[in-house]
Design a protein around this ligand. Sequence first.
Ligand code: ATR
Length: 277
Amino acid sequence: MDRYAVIGNPIAHSKSPQIHTAFARQTGQALQYEALLAPLDGFTRTVEDFRAAGGRGANVTVPFKLEAFALSTRRTPRARAAGAVNTLAFDGDEVLGDNTDGAGLVRDLLINLGHTVAGRRVLLLGAGGATRGAILPLLHAGPAELRIANRSADKAEALAADFAAEAGKARLEGGSFAALADRKFDLVINATSASLAGERLPLPRGLYAEGALAYDMMYGRSHTPFMCAALADGAARVADGLGMLVEQAAESFALWRGVRPDTAPVRAALRRQIDAG
Ligand code: ATR
């Protein structure tokens, strides 16, 4: 059987084995998918051992996405734009590095949530790896405006400058949270890690235009602090990042196997499981 794995540290709580096993069952693909804990100083060795043992591909998670980028011998344009790799495919001597996170986000927004991005005002909060990976896929969805805001405003400005050549007709700008005062958006995406520390983002009030969606890349049993704050500030809808998690997995699965799984039943099963605690 073809072998795949998710590699990270920590890895015990990863949902990827469950998601890919469900995709394989649904599409009739004969494959085995496991979770591999790599030592913090042993990512490359873990990948090489897995390849030598017959591994065909791997997902890569925290904290190894930059190392996965570095060890790839070929990279997709979206991996190059993200500067990080979450999907490896092994083919002979070649290691193809892809990044499916941003595409997963956009599929969740457009298809699962039915939220329009084309022609709309989009705000991305944060300027780390999660934000960088989302910019190109979001620009390809054709927003009128893509604003990046970050606690350290210079990082948001630098990111906007990095992607200036890809902006097309979109107005692409970076700046501070405070500079968002009096601005309204149709979609606000939280790509910061603030909620991991249980911290609230210092956002000005009145950010949400009529019908706006607040999307948190994090997910959990109940609304995240960002989602609660968004509802209090007038967001019409909120969503967490469970859909993005399943969609990025589906993009990886499609790259490896050439078949696109139906994500809806897998997402629903995960949601039931999370709700049940
Ligand atoms: P990731 O790869 O998940 O994006 P990262 O590269 O460490 O992680 O980036 C974390 C992001 O969350 C950054 O934008 C960070 O803001 P700074 O650049 O100002 O550090 C943001 N972040 C983390 N904790 C935060 C907090 N308590 N309030 C606001 N922003 C926070």
